[in-house]
Design a protein around this ligand. Sequence first.
Ligand code: MG
Length: 251
Amino acid sequence: MAVTIKSAKEIELMREAGRLLEIVHDEMGRMIRPGISTMDINEYGDRLIRKLGCTPNFLDYGGFPASICVSVNEEVVHGIPRKDRILKEGDIVSLDAGLIYKGYHSDAARTHAVGKIDPRIQNLMDVTKRSFFEGIRMAKAGNHLFDISAAIDDYVSRFGYGIVRDLVGHGIGTSLHEDPQIPNFREKRKGMKLIPGMTLAIEPMINMGTWKVDWLEDEWTVVTRDRKPSAHYENTILITDGEPEILTLHT
Ligand code: MG
């Protein structure tokens, strides 16, 4: 699929899709505590997306059976919500959510602590989030796509964490996944030139240990090969003439 450059009118719709998704993430974030199930989060998020007049874009995407991906501890992404998966003190939980507003998609992920967590795991979460901001410092017209990738890699590598290579960020618009693919690791090439009107989902997935991952029997859940924790942070952004605009984060 080709890379799309959004018109002013499309950008307005992307902004609204992003703004509404931020509300969903904020509300889901507030419910995180020991004792709730990963299905509780999915049901709450699904209801809220629909209440806001939108459609969850993950539900049935390639057959995914839920609206929110809920991934606990060593689960990197695409965790399937379950009634019997109960969050407990010391866990971390990554919520990946997306919605469609008037035909336009937004996509964002946050990792939350459940109660009090190990400071080493908090550091993994902090570095993952900060790596996103390091990456988008390069997300300017005239720079190249893999400048973003290299900035994320350079920052994360200082901490010795593993950068997931099997899954990457992506363009987004009238489809959830558009070109280009956006790795979170350094490439030998520069990649395409960034142009105002591109909308991109930048999403570092960072592991405490090895970068290697496995897929579980359910064919969805991605876990770290060494079963150490993993964190995920994602926003949908817009390339402009100046600084990038983060469509799914305002506060
Ligand atoms: Mg994404």
